[in-house]
Design a protein around this ligand. Sequence first.
Ligand SMILES: Nc1ncnc2c1ncn2[C@@H]1O[C@H](COP(=O)(O)OP(=O)(O)OP(=O)(O)O)[C@@H](O)[C@H]1O
Ligand SMILES: [Mg+2]
Length: 275
Amino acid sequence: MVASPSAPAVSAEQVRKIFPPTDGIVTDSAGTLALNGVNLTVKAGEFVSLVGPSGCGKSTLLRIIAGLTEATSGRVSVNGVNVSGVDTDIGFVFQDPNLFPWLTVRQNVAFGPNMRGGWRNPHAADIDDLIQRVGLTAFADALPHHLSGGMAQRAALARALVNRPPVLLLDEPLGALDAFTRMAMQDELRNLTRRHNTTTLLVTHDIDEALYLSDRVLIFSPRPGRIQEEMVIGSGFTRARNAPGFVERRLRILETLHFAPTQADLPESADHWKI
Ligand SMILES: Nc1ncnc2c1ncn2[C@@H]1O[C@H](COP(=O)(O)OP(=O)(O)OP(=O)(O)O)[C@@H](O)[C@H]1O
Ligand SMILES: [Mg+2]
């Protein structure tokens, strides 16, 4: 890919996606309208999260940006170049870990560097470091079917990060982790994406995760998905989950998603919830 330095790292203009009618899905004759007029830009090095209800088209949008699915209409570009197929500059962590079942954790993580030149590849030295960062050193020689769901997700994250892709698309990469491991992985993700100035688009159902990691949070409407609201997280934002600004933004996102508790639902003692 020949990058255009002035272009946004990721751009989507008026993206629309209709899936044709499929057996087992009740749709009108045109099929399933998954996305309807999505516009977004992500600057180089920016970390942007997408939150929205299940089925609103978040994974579909990531797959279109990755060149894995074609938009029905609209324009998508990465580093100023129209997306027309899979691009090795883009790293992708799928909602399902999708590890190669016949390869060990280390071989899965090493797959990309090996494809690009084996141990001569400057990033190859990262393999064991990344396996350690995701807490899988003891399982480096294990096959995927010996891993828990959360361990497989961490292996998939290491497999994507080892390539140091300029653009990283993450689809619920930490969804199967327990709360403590998830927070540790969020810190690793934040440190590594900042260190390598990785442009990152993260789909998550965890609003705290979105607030903790992002420069901006984009809130999707229910299907057909479009971006309903944008929340800019300033550089002075206190990334502590109990900070007043954090709690206030969490509630604002929940309100936008229509899941906010009403004042009447809150226990009397929960004054800090009331804004
Ligand atoms: N290959 C496909 N064929 C037909 N319909 C599809 C296909 N992929 C997705 N869809 C439909 O598109 C809509 C959006 O799906 P998508 O997976 O993008 O949602 P999502 O926002 O990622 O949901 P979740 O949060 O549950 O992962 C859904 O109605 C889904 O049924
Ligand atoms: Mg999805």
